[in-house]
Design a protein around this ligand. Structure first.
Ligand code: HEM
Length: 164
């Protein structure tokens, strides 16, 4: 039976997971739509909002998720050395390694698009290069988050440490 505290922790943890995946998917969609539209003013406006959303929602969830996860593990009696938890933490760090540069890329794309819009110019080559990189970085990050969802739900027994 879950106690009220267990329930609140789990609720916070599941909401955090939803925010991480939902904000990531939403940002990817809106950035892609703005890019396909191609107008520098549209790209600049969307990227400006995306950067705010990433700082407000993703960054908060990124910090809160391991905190609620570790508290949950403690409350429910899991060791942090269990295979599915170790693997999740490794995948989490892996995702973060792709997410941090993405945040920088979004700020750079916002600035390049705003400058182009201000000069009545088209989106510069540097923007297009960054967009391609930004797009490519999304795939491993999303795959890793889906992997974490699977590990959290299935909680497979994975032997991480040689016995004996
Ligand atoms: C980074 C450190 C993390 C730790 C230590 C951790 C730990 C845990 C623990 C102990 C549970 C409860 C398992 C149970 O009910 O028996 C749980 C559930 C869950 N976690 Fe995590 N977690 C972490 C990160 C994440 C991340 C990054 C996500 C997704 C983005 C996530 C998504 C979930 C979900 C959806 C559940 C509910 C699974 C279910 O009830 O079937 N967790 N986590």
């Amino acid at each position: 039976m879950l106690t009220t505290l267990d329930f609140v922790l789990k609720l916070a943890h599941v909401i955090g997971a939803t925010v991480l995946l939902g904000t990531g998917a939403g940002i990817a969609f809106f950035m892609l739509m703005a890019h396909l539209d191609g107008k520098p003013s549209v790209v600049a406006a969307v990227a400006r909002i995306v950067v705010i959303a990433d700082f407000l929602f993703t960054a908060t969830a990124v910090v809160a998720q391991p905190v609620t996860g570790i508290l949950l593990a403690h409350k429910l009696g899991y060791s942090l050395l269990e295979g599915w938890i170790v693997l999740s933490i490794l995948l989490y760090v892996f995702t973060g390694a792709f997410w941090l540069p993405v945040v920088w890329m979004q700020m750079r794309m916002r600035d390049l698009a705003a400058a182009a819009a201000g000069n009545d110019a088209s989106l510069p080559r540097a923007y297009h290069l960054l967009f391609r990189l930004w797009f490519a970085f999304g795939f491993p990050a999303f795959a890793a988050v889906l992997g974490i969802f699977w590990l959290m739900i299935a909680r497979p027994s994975i032997a991480m440490w040689p016995s004996g």
